[in-house]
Design a protein around this ligand. Sequence first.
Ligand SMILES: Cc1cc2nc3c(=O)[nH]c(=O)nc-3n(C[C@H](O)[C@H](O)[C@H](O)COP(=O)(O)O)c2cc1C
Length: 363
Amino acid sequence: MTQAKTIAKPSIVNLDELEQQAKQQLDQASYDFVAGGAGSEQTLRANREAFQKITIMPRVLTGIKEADTSTILLGQRLSMPIYITPMANHGVVHPLAEVGSAQGAKKAGTLFVAPTGASKTMEEVAIAIKDSPRWFQLYFNKDPGVNEQLLQRAEKAGYSAIVLTVDLPVLGIRDRNVRNSFMLSKDLDRSNVPSERYVAATRSLQSLTAGIKDDLSWDDYEWTREHTTLPVLIKGILSPEDAEEAARRKVPAIIVSNHGGRQLDTGFGAIEALGPIVERVKGKTRVLFDSGIRRGTDVFKALAIGAEAVGVGRPVLWGLALYGADGVAAVLEHLRAELTNVMRLAGVSRPTDITSEYVKGFS
Ligand SMILES: Cc1cc2nc3c(=O)[nH]c(=O)nc-3n(C[C@H](O)[C@H](O)[C@H](O)COP(=O)(O)O)c2cc1C
């Protein structure tokens, strides 16, 4: 007789298999909300395919015995150049929601970026992780009073940077959510912006994001900077021209990202944008990257092309769905272990030593 196997402890072979396990556990609409992308999901697929076109060139006989993944990002020491990218509504997959994910980041010794559209307030997250590194992601609201309050609360709650997301003037059309008539369940608060709950006509994502300013401009970036003492990063840049403008305006860091393929479809893999951007703005602004990171080799490639650190999205929610905070920590530790392995095999001992000499096939 075979017994049903309960896996109490996170056990990860790779993050694609973890996704399949989470898929079995979650209902279809929740799984699709996380996994899906915009339109026919060409950008979503391109994010992964583009990584496969880049190859790694190892160096040997280096005498290197150990690889240390720790790094300093905007003055904060992290155990790895990998952080949790901002994602709204962690509560869709687990009751601990953002608190669980942030605790997982803390356990793994790295950074959590709390989203505006969270299921738990930024204060609840801050209390749960005490001094652990945290940034706050801002969706710029049409009502300046809301932005002012969010910025003030973030400072008070010990967030050390603001990430202004700029690639959502409107929500991408995500077919899976349309098919499933996806709505946030009533027990999931959008607690950072309480008014959203009352103003929204339904609990659909379109309705709940209707407050986001739909004609965002560089003036709004400058406004944000004037209303906080924290550094204000920009997330969602893909064009070298926009990156140059950011550098000209002394934006402390930009995040090259296509929102994990959830916004504009028929785009290119986000990693393809990284090389041309780094070439234009190297030394003028810091460059981070997210979209499609699933392997230690992906992290290595992004660092080699010039990112200082990478954000990871969906796999974190798979870990959270299956095992709570421990699952999130396990996902991060898994990526770190893979990165360590790649660094050893490629012959580098520190993230800052991973240069473009170690990769081929990017522009
Ligand atoms: C469920 C989910 C919710 C997201 N919500 C936000 C958000 O509120 N703000 C934001 O800037 N990006 C959001 N993103 C995009 C992520 O920050 C990131 O760009 C993307 O997930 C990276 O791709 P990956 O999932 O392939 O790692 C979300 C992504 C997912 C999967």
